[in-house]
Design a protein around this ligand. Structure first.
Ligand SMILES: Cc1ncc(C[n+]2csc(CCOP(=O)(O)OP(=O)(O)O)c2C)c(N)n1
Ligand SMILES: [Mg+2]
Length: 319
């Protein structure tokens, strides 16, 4: 259409969109907040035992997968999903507004995450039997393509979870949503450069509604982290990148994990992102899987699975 100088100017794009933008979330009625649970330490330890059984049975059933890091991160994930996070599995959606969010960046430890998701009500526990099977929603590394409730990003490729977590935390800030974002990373994963770009940006943008945790087990896929590519003074590094740093040396002690998460939470909202450097033991709970990197990504055979299960009490019923 031909335009003449006396015609009123067309609306600017910014004005056009401003008129149609949804009202800010903070002006809407908030749904009932998702509640954190009141589970006792003993309850949580019993859940850990069952989750460890699931990890052994899933990797054994698939004859592949990553039991080592999964066993080491069990206390952290059980604490998070069964006690600390405010979340409602029955109201799960991708946005997770008004809920605490979790992103697993070291996606190879999917067995522990899938078990915790199922056991906390995101999908049927019996679906754990499909781990790593064709057409299963429980792929070896989580993806969003399968539509598995609880999974909001793909994480087979290491190094991306912090970037995604920061984006989610900024979105929460924009939406007036005061819930927190939690992320988990492997220590070997920290060798990926994107992590440090993300760390820098979180400090620059004062992303203080995010709690990142590093599974500081000292092991990675084919050796000890110190032998493959040492991380140096890790607490000093995170501090230098502008983060509030917490070191917890007992990442497989439920009370200590709970205390670390509570302390981290108390440090949110103060202008800096928070990181917990959590010392864990790869293979924790199964004697012959501890003290080595060798169980990073090896499934137990029949005899090994039986020996492992003898060490882990069945507390909630096997799937
Ligand atoms: C970008 C990228 N590089 C390499 C790999 C291959 N890889 C999978 S797990 C792993 C080791 C990661 O070590 P860590 O994060 O410490 O995990 P842990 O062995 O402690 O479970 C590597 C290098 C990958 N998945 N993605
Ligand atoms: Mg590691």
């Amino acid at each position: 259409m031909k335009r003449y100088p006396q015609d009123p100017a067309p609306p600017k794009a910014s004005g056009y969109f401003r008129e149609r933008i949804t009202p800010p979330r903070m002006l809407m009625t908030k749904p009932a907040p998702a509640k954190a649970s009141s589970a006792s330490t003993e309850d949580l330890q019993r859940i850990c035992s069952q989750v460890r059984r699931d990890i052994i049975r899933m990797t054994h059933g698939a004859a592949s997968g990553h039991p080592g890091g999964s066993l080491g991160c069990t206390e952290y994930l059980v604490a998070l999903y069964f006690k600390v996070m405010a979340h409602d599995p029955s109201a799960w959606d991708m946005d997770g507004r008004d809920q605490d969010l979790f992103f697993l960046s070291n996606g190879h430890i999917s067995p522990v995450w899938y078990s915790v998701l199922a056991r906390s009500g995101y999908f049927p526990v019996k679906e754990l039997a499909t781990f790593r099977k064709l057409d299963s929603r429980l792929q070896g590394h989580p993806t969003t393509h399968e539509g598995l409730p609880g999974v909001r990003m793909a994480s087979g490729s290491l190094g991306q979870g912090l970037s995604v977590g920061i984006g989610a935390a900024l979105a929460k800030r924009l939406n007036g949503d005061d819930r927190l974002v939690y992320t988990l990373h492997g220590d070997g994963e920290l060798q990926e450069g994107q992590v440090w770009e993300a760390a820098m940006s979180a400090a620059a943008h004062r992303v203080d509604n995010l709690i990142a945790t590093v599974d500081w087990n000292g092991r990675q896929i084919d050796g000890d982290v110190d032998d493959v590519m040492p991380l140096g003074d890790l607490p000093a590094k995170w501090k230098a990148f502008g983060w509030d740093v917490l070191v917890e040396d007992h990442g497989n002690d439920m009370d200590r994990v709970l205390a670390a998460l509570a302390e981290a939470k108390s440090r949110t909202g103060k202008g800096r992102p928070v990181v917990i450097l959590l010392r864990t033991e790869m293979g924790q709970g199964v004697d012959f899987m501890m003290g080595t990197h060798k169980w990073h990504g090896v499934a137990p055979n029949d005899e090994q699975a039986a020996r492992a299960l003898e060490q882990l009490e069945e507390t909630l019923g096997d799937y």
